[in-house]
Design a protein around this ligand. Sequence first.
Ligand code: PLP
Length: 454
Amino acid sequence: MTILNSTRELQITDAAHHLHPFTNTRELNARGVRVITTGKGVYLHDSEGNKILDGMSGLWCVNVGHGRKDIVDAVAKQLEELTFYNTFFNTTHPPVVALSKLLSEVTPKQFNYFHFTGSGSESNDTIFRLARYYWQLMDKPEKTIFISRRGGYHGSTVASASLGGFGSMHEQGGLPIPGIFHAPPPSWWANGGDLTPDEFGLKVANQTLELIDSIGAHKIAAMIGEPIMGAGGVIIPPKTYWPAVAKGLKERDILFISDEVICGFGRTGEWFGCELMGTEPDFMTMAKGITSGYVPMGCVGVSDRIANVLLEKGGEFAHGYTYSGHPAACAAAIANLEIIRSEKLVDRVRDDIGPYLQSKWKALADHPMVGEAVMEGLIGAFQFTPDKNARSNFADEAKIGLTARDFSFENGLVMRAVGDRMVIAPPLTITHAEVDDLMEKTIKVIDLTYAHVR
Ligand code: PLP
């Protein structure tokens, strides 16, 4: 194997052979891709020796921070003991049993059954089939339609990308597949007008229920939503929104799927985002924080209400992935969950480091170019605006968000841009001193972007 050493060699070879996800690979030739080489705690290093604070926990996943030896050792030990065996056809293995039990302890009380996958996307595709199968078993096979939301992200496979509400994804490959309707998102800053957030939350909840009634609840299998929309720009819904939606779904006998791929495993200051929002889902989608990204894994939480029907009325569920419950992924998940429990990371996010970062982050809204700055637990965003009173937007061509993202990288901080909304979700292990570092860098990015537009 050729060993490529210099950054330039890596960049040229990468551009020649690597078709990246969510990247214009052609542009990479000119620009040069950033090469990340190592990670420890909340910091990354690139091939040029720069130290970068990972404000996005990788891709919203490295909840316990990079390079935790306990997880690395647990994976290595498991690979030596049993590298692989599947969980099909009446077989199991100790790590998948242990993980299933552990998950039943940390998830909301209605969850006692878990189906394992390789990713969040696969988990949502699994739920798509499971929810329809459930209604078939309930003698209501006409309940097939799914409700999701514009701006929601649920993955990149055919069903999960269709559930997602991104036009840019639907344009490529003829999505969405039939039977999916997208309700409006609860984005108060963008769409709330003169309403208070609470009034707006109720308005969007009612619009969602009106959409459902116009289709006919008897045809609808389930609604899916992220407690807090992540990839859509960290849209923290008004407090009134989820309880009103969840109540309407229950009244109409429609299943509720909480997509916890980002919000799960402590991100919001509760184990799961649905607990913060006060909803009681029938399914939960999990991935990312389940292993803190050390090894790929996804998981579907199946509530007792669904599981009992599947077990009593269903036969063999004709579905599964080779890597459903991969032993190494299970070992990583167990070690990761043990860290979250023993270091009390959920309490820490709720009571200590979360409020510490939130108070500083929310103060960013005092800047003349920042419209709103929001954060729940350790997931937040701020919005660039040319006029905060009018809540107006910069022209797309100005590419303010992408400019700020570049300033951020250059100044040693990973922030993500969703349009002109800057997004952050650092590891749950971030220290107070590291929060100070993150804030210093963020303020610098805002000042540089402000100077850039003036
Ligand atoms: N659901 C949500 C809320 C996500 O944010 C993501 C990924 O970002 C997914 C599902 C898809 O997960 P994966 O990329 O593991 O397929």
